[in-house]
Write a protein that binds this ligand. Sequence first.
Ligand code: KDG
Ligand code: MG
Length: 403
Amino acid sequence: MKITALKVIVCSPGRNFVTLKIETDEGLVGYGDATLNGRELAVASYLTDHINPCLVGRDAHQIEDIWQYLYRGAYWRRGPVTMSAIGAVDTALWDIKAKAANMPLYQLLGGRSRSRVLVYAHANGSDIAATVEEVLRHQEMGFEAIRAQSGVPGLDTVYGVAKGQKLYEPADGSLPAEHDWNTEKYLVHTPKLFDAVRSAVGPDVHLLHDAHHRLTPIEAVRLGRDLEPHRLFWLEDATPAENQESFRLIRHATLTPLAVGEVFNTIWDCKQLIEEQLIDYIRTSVTHAGGITGLRRIADFASLYQVRTGCHGATDLSPICMGAALHVDTWVPNFGIQEYMRHSEVTLDVFPHDYRFESGYMVCGESAGHGVSIDEKLAAKYPYQPAYLPINRQKHDGAMWNW
Ligand code: KDG
Ligand code: MG
């Protein structure tokens, strides 16, 4: 089955998405997500200018060879732009292969390991009371796992907390907004948030929290210890993970489980974290870690060390990523949890999909492939809008701080 055409579709139904469509001479079509928040056009160009011309005429079934061709062959290995582009090609090819087999994708990975996929929701509020209210609202919707983030007294804006009642959307300015940060205020406030949340929801709900890489290792230990009484499901991105060794200190000083990896692109980014069992959950995604092939390799490696998956699933990953992730989640033996931040209705209209939410769980569809496509006519009504994530500066002196 030969690849006949590749098309990059950039659209902005509520937020920007980059989609790769691969066509074949047998009429089968596959879709991959190539969205890299705030750097969307770089991946679109990488695909259009550097990858797509190389793939026309190749056998769409040779997924592994094409993955290796794009990874080794580029000379410039790894990196978010390269790996998102490879991820989109790989996802689209798995979609095509599963359609050719007339099977849902999870069957090609080895079949079902579970009947449904545990997901966690986002509950955000401007203060503790508003966050508790949001957590309770999500509990009522059936969620068994809820991530709680709140505004911090003394800071005007806190990343992860939506304005008003809007669904939280990570990129919202045509240039990056500048936010203030103060670690001390955050470290005093966050244990109080979880005191209130845990006493409101009781012991049975899984609670999660994202520190967004803002702490040093010793500060992360402080937070992890302060949160121990509340038995978090995980503390995410406690410190930047370029230096994987820095997790040794955190790991050996707190019992709070650790999750990392949404910014990782390959197995090399998490090798030491996994091998030394410094984390409990690996958060790499189909889109940013080289597709199904890249993610599956990381998950299999992690399984040797009792590290479980907890795939990134923010709304800047398109429904195509969510569809593909749910097939991986349905198969992967060392599954932990899947992030589920609901897309807006307008996004979901542009991406017809067969997955569904059922009381705290997601269920992937049974149609052949990964079950998500794009309505190109509708997508054309929503052209690209420049949008960036905010940046973070220390409140007391304006110096740039970790993301
Ligand atoms: O593009 C960045 C977002 O996806 C990210 O900041 C969201 O941290 C996030 C999360 O855990 O979903
Ligand atoms: Mg995160």
